[in-house]
Design a protein. Structure first.
Length: 180
């Protein structure tokens, strides 16, 4: 009995059309969540928060259900859902990162300062290496770096959320390769 199986999955839908469209809509949803929090006088302190993760999870679940409902026979494999959700996350991360760069540099110039203060409050001044940690935080608290962090965290989160969405929403198991 083999511990690992190789599966041959069938892609039933058109991922090349779905990923850019759903990724762009997810990016708009993430951007609107940041703008809404800013307008409600609760501006962001970190590039990615739990609110952003919840918005992305809702978008991924919703778009997976929409994608699956448009398929003939509504059959979809784990691999197809995982590729869809990770693709959505990657496209959304690009636009969300670009927006965070603009947001931190032009729109909310206090964002980097809030990030630095929130992160430096986690350190104790008596600890060894405190000054080097603060220097590193000063380097990280720049719009370009915060935008990059936001994009990377969004991609990583899309892998995690995509895995669980694929586990729950798959409708077909891929057949395993047979040894000859």
């Amino acid at each position: 009995m083999a511990l690992l199986h190789r599966y041959q999955s069938t892609i039933y839908g058109n991922l090349k059309k779905a990923i850019p469209l759903y990724g762009l809509i997810t990016a708009v949803a993430l951007i609107l969540s940041v703008l809404l929090r800013y307008l409600l006088t609760y501006p962001i302190e970190t590039p990615v928060s739990w609110t952003d993760n919840v918005v992305m999870a809702i978008c991924m679940i919703g778009f997976t259900l929409i994608y699956r409902s448009r398929l003939p026979e509504k059959r979809i494999t784990f691999k197809e859902i995982f590729l869809l959700t990770v693709g959505i996350g990657c496209v959304a991360a690009i636009f969300y990162g670009l927006y965070l760069w603009h947001y931190a540099a032009q729109f909310d110039t206090e964002f980097a300062k809030r990030y630095f203060e929130a992160e430096s409050a986690k350190y104790n001044a008596d600890e060894q290496g405190y000054s080097s940690a603060i220097e590193q935080l000063k380097y990280m608290a720049r719009p370009k770096y915060l935008a990059f962090m936001g994009a990377v965290y969004t991609v990583v989160t899309s892998f995690i959320i995509g895995f669980f969405v694929a586990l729950v929403l798959k409708t077909e198991k891929s057949p395993a390769y047979q040894k000859r």
